[in-house]
Design a protein around this ligand. Sequence first.
Ligand code: ATP
Ligand code: MG
Length: 276
Amino acid sequence: MSESVGAGDKLVVENATKYYDTKSGPLHAIDNFSMSVAEGGFTCVVGPSGCGKTTLLWCMAGLHDLTGGTVKIDGETVTGPHPQVGMIFQEANLLPWRTLTKNILLPFEIKRQKPDLDHIDRLLDRVGLSGFGNKFPRELSGGMQQRVAIVRALSFNPSVLLMDEPFGALDAFTRDEMNLLVEEIWLETHKTIVFITHNITEAVFLSDRIFVMSARPGRLVKIFDISFARPRSLDLLATKEVFDLVNEIKAEIEHAPSQGAGGPQPTTVKGDRAHG
Ligand SMILES: Nc1ncnc2c1ncn2[C@@H]1O[C@H](COP(=O)(O)OP(=O)(O)OP(=O)(O)O)[C@@H](O)[C@H]1O
Ligand SMILES: [Mg+2]
């Protein structure tokens, strides 16, 4: 079960398989999953809870080893934490006793690298947090904390941004705001983004491509190309095209066989189809 790999692909996952060792025996988290992400592409991965999405993302970042298969960035196999990869998690993970600026600077301290303070100031300004550098996390809303996490991830100027349900804990209104912000930043910076979410509407709003995973062990069941014009407006979410597409993706997840390898070959639905 493989995905065709194009010449310009920034990030390529080939036949990824992951077993965790647990007290009750090996746990099969991902099964022969392949995906490729074009340079500068915005890709979402959706799938049911526990299907292996976070595992996949951690393997992409070099934070977990695969049991089988490879992850390549710029053609080179990822074997450990990769300098070109920035990560954003569901929780902002800010240390409560450090100001925002000091939270952003922490990874630089750990790596003993000199930060570009002007760049960080520009990023804080870009996410609407200019002048907030001396605040503490408790003084900020959840959405503002995630803006700090975005700045922290971008402060290294990574070419690949991996985002694991970053807005899952936010209310719907704030999530919409954050999605607009992420699209704007992506259009400005041309980062290659892989974004994981349970929320199919969010995936449709953000992506160029959606990879749909089956229930655990996570396998690739379908690829959707999404070609709505950019920048996208929230009005898009109220259209019948999006409604139908979301339902089609939901049906793929619900009907995918859940256990064991050797399921059906994944298919790609092209943008024209996706637009009804
Ligand atoms: N470190 C670990 N050790 C053992 N099992 C693990 C470990 N991490 C994850 N798992 C198991 O692997 C499977 C996939 O987990 P993972 O967190 O990747 O799923 P997910 O798709 O991100 O789920 P969710 O949508 O709930 O975040 C789950 O059954 C989980 O319990
Ligand atoms: Mg997860």
